[in-house]
Write a protein that binds this ligand. Structure first.
Ligand code: SAM
Length: 454
């Protein structure tokens, strides 16, 4: 049993060699450098982790290919490009895919400045915007003044190709503005800024920030950061973002693509509802991904690994006694949850089972994409489901190993960022450690699993 209070203190740079099971306390002052600061994202990991993996496995090399199959807001991808490598990001979430694209795409700074001047002038004219969110309760989420101002900005962003040309260069700037616009939405809304869930607190009433002031200060920051980023990165490097599931067809999508290193943090069990978290942003930019209404957002949720929005019909026939993952300790825990969780129709047991089954599909897909000897570094946290502790990291090691990976090291670090700290222990408290699993692709040694998915 590891004593979680004994940490090894590390000042910013993680040492290349780390002893197994050590838990680091990393001093993380510089998490928001470069384009990392562009947009909030739940369970974003610290850039120190991909940086460590890149330095360890691609040290002194350039132009290699780095994959993040659950890229979220693109932390791995930004670090990969900064270190001189091509990057490929995959994520099921369209807003995160766009954030990742914007954070890793150079823009034409002269055009950007022209568009900035135009926007400044147009916004000051105080015209009425014609963009209207497709949400009946929009006035619950925003003040009337905020709605009017956001509408003008979004209308102007839509007009950019018409005014400046329908070229890739202009489209990249338009995407940057969409993400800049999206990044201010939560702060100008009535919803609580910090919570994982989007809600308006009546006990702790918020005074939303003023739209135009915040938008322009954020846009200035974007211009500054992207201009500097565009100067320091090699223009020949590529960033490819694929909005898709990493548990299905990954091998097909990456066919012929040589991957030199994979780094990721997959979702946690039952912990984050990414769409619910981004709900107010999606009212204003969701039309770009056909996710502007709550109905459409809810339909999309089922595709996310670890999500708990599951219809009863899906798990009507599920029991952990006849649907097993063939990992004794895991199957036993699923049975315990099943027995405890009668009031939810045993849903939590099924959600947890499904999480591991989907992660198994993911490892099997990854095994097809990586060649022998390639490292796959994964950050994952343990979870508590119905008061049963799931050492997710250890179960994922078992699953990865039977799908052609060998674990070469496991170490941990203390989670500090509040936006990443969420209650994974039910009412019991907050889990403070994330585990870094360092896998190496070896022989594929698939076994047959008796479950819903075979
Ligand atoms: C822990 S977050 C990754 C955060 C990322 N490391 C960062 O720094 O922003 C996990 C991501 O997995 C994505 N995800 C969930 N299910 C997925 C699936 N089936 N395929 C691909 N991505 C998925 C979520 O949308 C989320 O962005």
């Amino acid at each position: 049993m590891i004593n979680t209070l004994e940490y090894l203190f590390v000042k910013e740079v993680i040492p290349t060699e780390i002893e197994q099971d050590v838990i680091l306390n990393i001093s993380t002052r510089n998490v928001n450098t470069h384009t990392h600061s562009f947009h909030k994202y739940p369970a974003k990991f610290i850039p120190h982790i991909p940086k460590w993996a890149i330095e360890k496995y691609l040290n002194g090399k350039k132009n290699k290919n780095i994959l993040d199959p659950f890229c979220g807001s693109g932390t791995t991808l930004v670090e990969g490009i900064l270190a001189g490598h091509n990057v490929i990001g995959v994520d099921i979430d369209p807003l995160s895919a766009l954030i990742s694209k914007v954070k890793t795409t150079m823009v034409d700074v002269t055009e950007l400045n022209k568009i900035s001047t135009w926007l400044n002038k147009e916004i000051k004219k105080n015209k009425t915007g014609n963009f209207k969110p497709d949400c009946e309760t929009i006035e619950h989420w925003f003040t009337k003044e905020a709605i009017e101002k956001l509408s003008i900005i979004r209308t102007l962003i839509n007009q950019i190709p018409e005014k400046f040309g329908n070229t890739k260069k202009i489209k990249d700037i338009q995407d940057l503005l969409v993400i800049c616009f999206s990044s201010i939405i939560r702060r100008v809304s009535n919803a609580d800024n910090e919570s994982q869930k989007t809600y308006v607190s009546h006990t702790n009433v918020k005074v939303p920030e003023e739209v135009n002031t915040l938008f322009f200060s954020q846009f200035d920051l974007f211009i500054d950061r992207i201009s500097k980023f565009s100067k320091v990165i090699d223009p020949k490097l590529t960033s490819r973002i694929i909005c898709s599931s990493s548990a299905q067809l990954l091998g097909k999508k990456l066919k012929g693509q040589n991957i030199d290193l994979a780094i990721t943090s997959p979702p946690y069990i039952k912990a984050i509802d990414y769409i619910y978290n981004q709900m107010v942003e999606l009212f204003w930019v969701g039309d770009l991904f056909n996710m502007q209404t709550q109905t459409k957002q809810n339909r999309k949720k089922i595709e996310y690994i670890g999500n708990k929005q599951i219809q009863k019909i899906e798990f009507n026939n599920y029991t952990p006694y006849n649907t097993i993952l063939n990992i004794d300790r895991l199957d036993e825990k699923l049975q315990q949850v099943y027995d405890i969780d009668k009031k939810n129709g045993h849903k939590h047991s099924y959600v947890t089972f499904k999480y591991f089954a989907e992660m198994e599909k993911h490892f099997s897909e990854m095994a097809n994409c990586l060649s022998m000897g390639t490292h796959y570094v994964m950050v994952v946290g343990d979870s508590n489901v119905s008061n049963i502790y799931f050492d997710t990291a250890d179960f994922l090691i078992d699953i990865a190993e039977r799908n052609g990976f060998r674990i070469t090291n496991k170490w941990g670090y203390k989670i500090k960022n509040r936006y990443m700290r969420f209650d994974r222990k039910g009412r019991g408290g907050i889990i403070e450690i994330d585990w870094v699993l360092d896998f190496e692709k070896c022989n594929t040694n698939l076994i047959h699993i008796k479950n819903h998915y075979t």
